[in-house]
Design a binder for this molecule. Structure first.
Ligand code: 5AD
Ligand code: SF4
Length: 439
């Protein structure tokens, strides 16, 4: 019998990328094969994002592109899932009449069951319950497989922080940690499959173990993963400044496998805006954390996220953000225009900032950051860095590619047999987003 084929399109964050990999692996374990193109698939899935309005638009326009395909091949099953699907629920079916089923963020392990309901009972199931079931998480992530030198491990789902702009708590549900024993077992399985670097994923990894889990906190989890033979490097994302404890900062000084890079979203440099965002820290606290991190690990790379044009953000507030940037000098950042999200507190706040002002602020911020990113990158020239060889360079020419401990991409000439090994590379040239070097 011909194998059924699947195709997955993914939008959004690393968490979504990883969920899609786990879904793919789950489908393969059930006998499906990957289709190279949607037109050849029996089951088409979209894993959506809804963090900003643009994300919703992207997902709907992608789904729209399959209209013709579905007309020509009505037996193909199309499932829409993830954050936007969780938010819109049944609304997805009315907006896009040819979609067959909708799966929420905590229903990914049920995709095959839903596809069966479509195939056999001609139903259009919408499963968006968020029961916070630890077994559901394991049912999905137990399929995780090694695929290359690097892998993600989801250590927790959901978020309880309710930053006033953020839709995540509504679409991913309550915070829930996986037991450290399961995470370590997954790391071991990945290492046996050739993985040398793991990134521990969660919306707020610093509060790992506070809800669910098995008693270990995040610092302990990192140490336990560090004991896994074969794992050379540990990274994690995302950290929240209000939960970054001294115990965790010490990990950067004391755990050799913890890589010197932290993504620590600050969002704004203005105390008034941080308060309105419900971030639960102020500028001084954030700057204190930066000082402690640099004391613990002088070579640490620090990246962040910013939102510009939050309701009520004045020119003076925005200047505070720029001044914080000049004070910290981030290695890099992601920056976004505030986008009102359904059900969030900020979506009904007064002091809406005009689109044009948002755009101007974003451009100024990105301009300042580009200068910092470039300067930090140029400062790498002449340094010797230990690079984990990940594969061949996108630039081609028989070059290898890997990353420094600080997570900068380095391209250099070398033997493909070095794949998966750490090698010392002298940095000889630098661009804002990559380096070149010599073994
Ligand atoms: N508008 C703009 N940016 C947002 N982010 C989260 N919610 C919004 C929103 N409503 C940004 C934050 C967060 C990153 C993942 O996305 O900066 O850290
Ligand atoms: Fe959103 Fe805040 Fe949770 Fe991050 S910590 S996911 S910004 S609510």
């Amino acid at each position: 019998m011909r194998k059924l084929k699947y195709y997955i399109e993914t939008f959004g964050c690393q968490m979504n990328d990883h969920d899609s990999l786990a879904i793919a692996s789950m489908l393969e374990d059930a006998g499906y094969a990957k289709a190279p193109r949607p037109a050849e698939a029996d089951l088409i899935l979209v894993n959506t994002c809804t963090i900003r309005d643009k994300a919703d638009q992207k997902a709907y326009s992608q789904i729209g592109r399959w209209r013709l395909l579905k007309k020509e091949k009505p037996e193909v099953i199309i499932g829409v899932g993830g954050c936007m699907a969780q938010s819109d629920g049944r609304g997805v079916l009315s907006r896009v009449p040819f979609v067959d089923f909708v799966f929420g963020t905590q229903n990914m392990h049920n995709i095959l069951q839903m596809a069966d309901e479509v195939r056999q009972k001609r139903l259009r199931p919408v499963w968006t319950a968020m029961p916070g079931d630890p077994a559901a998480m394991e049912a999905l992530y137990s399929h995780a497989k090694a695929d290359g030198i690097k892998a993600f491990i989801t250590v927790m789902q959901g978020c309880d922080n309710y930053c006033s702009y953020c839709i995540v708590p509504y679409v991913r549900g309550r915070e829930l940690s996986r037991p450290s024993a399961e995470i370590v077992a997954e790391a071991r399985k990945l290492a046996e499959g050739g993985v040398r670097e793991v990134t521990l994923l969660g919306q707020n990894v610093n509060s790992y173990g506070q809800k669910g889990g098995d008693g270990a906190d995040f610092a302990e989890l990192i140490r336990k993963v560090g004991e896994v033979e074969g794992i050379l490097r540990i990274r994690f994302t995302t950290s929240h400044p209000k939960d970054l404890t001294d115990r965790l900062i010490d990990i950067f000084a004391s755990e050799p496998k913890a890589m010197p890079h932290i993504h620590l979203p600050v969002q704004s440099g203005s105390d008034a805006i941080l308060r309105a965002m419900n971030r639960k820290y102020d500028r001084a606290h954030y700057l204190g954390l930066i000082a402690k991190l640099r004391a613990a690990r002088p070579d640490i790379a620090i990246t962040t996220d910013f939102i510009v044009g939050f309701p009520g953000e004045s020119d003076a507030d925005f200047e505070e953000t720029l001044s914080l940037m000049r004070e910290v000098v981030f290695d890099n950042c992601f920056s976004f225009k505030f986008s009102p999200r359904r059900g969030t507190k900020a979506s009904s706040m007064e002091g809406v900032v005009a689109e044009k002002v948002k755009e101007e602020r974003l451009a100024r911020l990105q301009d300042l950051q580009l200068g910092h990113t470039t300067a930090k990158s140029l400062a790498e020239i002449g340094q010797k860095r230990v690079v984990l060889v990940e594969g061949s360079s996108k630039a081609g020419g028989g070059q290898l590619s890997g990353r420094t401990p600080q997570n900068r991409i380095v391209n250099f000439r070398g033997d493909a047999a070095l794949l998966g090994r750490e090698v010392e590379v002298k940095i000889t040239a630098a661009w804002p987003n990559s380096l070149a070097g010599e073994l």
